[in-house]
Design a binder for this molecule. Structure first.
Ligand code: ATP
Length: 299
């Protein structure tokens, strides 16, 4: 759905993107992450057809963005980090204008306004909205023409906690409706709830891209005891499928290659042997873990 090949982008004083290559599958939700200054905003602007790169090719929904940006805009929605709104237009007029300018003449703007909690503000002027409501309007404008691809640069900034939760729901809904999302954010705990993939940029280069929901053949299990149990290490090591055991205080962590039934058998055995297990669960790497471990690894 998004193809980027050999993308290099220079500002007058510095190179922001260097030979960036990746592709994004239709229907995925990709978290675009990286340290400040990594090039995330520049990359999103280029995909949105708003930056002229030195080299490279970008396709969105099969359209060459650099050669045919206007056609590409029909298929994509873009929320920039610092967006402008037409302050003298009402919410309704602003949404209608954005839909029409992208060739969507038959959309019901009330529906998208309701989705973003703006139903009561349809006749309010954009210039009179609060920071969070302006953010909601900008997101509504990005999706009003029902694009196949949605690019979002820090979409949650300025939103109150409830609106942030609703934003997560909205992204899941758009995802279910088949939209492909590329979302840049520093709030990994929020991306966690809806991202299927992670794309990590560092100093203008892609340093990693992988799925975050893929099942792994080895599970990492974490268990907690209610009181010390000296034979636990030994009991675990005797079991088939248990890898190296890291025990500390009342907790132990180990890799396990068995399936769910084998996991159940292992727990039953530990309890039968009298180990006071009070918690036993598969530990899933969070998006934050995946990001931090990649950033700490030398490239
Ligand atoms: P952040 O997480 O802080 O928003 P980012 O990953 O979005 O950062 P960019 O804003 O794309 O990073 O910036 C990439 C690099 O390009 C940075 O080194 C930045 O200083 C530089 N840069 C960005 N905009 C300009 C500009 N208009 N002129 C010169 N350099 C720029």
């Amino acid at each position: 759905m998004i193809e980027v090949r050999g993308l290099t982008f220079d500002y007058p004083t510095r190179r922001a993107l260097e030979d960036v290559n990746f592709s994004i599958e239709p229907g995925s939700v990709t978290a675009l992450v990286g340290p400040n200054g990594a090039g995330k905003t520049t990359l999103l602007r280029c995909i949105a057809g708003l930056g002229q790169p030195m080299r490279g090719a970008i396709e969105v929904h099969g359209v060459d963005v650099l050669a045919r940006p206007r056609e590409a805009h029909v298929h994509l929605g873009y929320l920039s980090d610092f967006f402008g709104l037409y302050d003298e237009l009402s919410v309704r007029r602003g949404l209608e204008y954005m839909a029409w300018s992208r060739g969507a003449h038959a959309v019901d703007v009330r529906e998208v306004a309701a989705r973003l909690g703006l139903a009561d503000y349809l006749e309010s002027l954009a210039g009179q909205l609060s920071r969070g409501l302006r953010q909601r309007l900008a997101i509504a404008q990005a999706i009003v023409h029902r694009p196949a691809v949605l690019l979002l640069d820090e979409p949650a900034s300025g939103l109150d906690p409830e609106a942030r939760l609703q934003l997560g729901d909205l992204f899941r809904e758009l995802h279910r409706a088949g939209m492909t999302l590329l979302v840049s954010s520093h709030i990994l705990a929020e991306l966690e709830h809806y991202a299927s993939d992670i794309l990590i940029l560092d100093a203008g280069r892609v340093i990693d891209q992988h799925g975050v929901r893929t099942e792994r053949p080895t599970r990492s299990i974490e268990l907690t005891l209610s009181r010390p149990s000296p034979g636990l290490d030994e009991a675990l090591r005797r079991q088939e499928g248990v890898g190296e055991v890291h025990a500390e205080g009342l907790s132990a962590r180990f890799d396990f290659t068995g399936d769910a039934a084998a996991q159940q058998d292992l727990l039953a055995l530990l309890i039968r042997e009298g180990h006071p297990v009070c918690a036993f669960a598969e530990r899933r790497d969070s998006l934050q873990d995946a990001y931090l471990s990649r950033m700490r690894r030398p490239s």
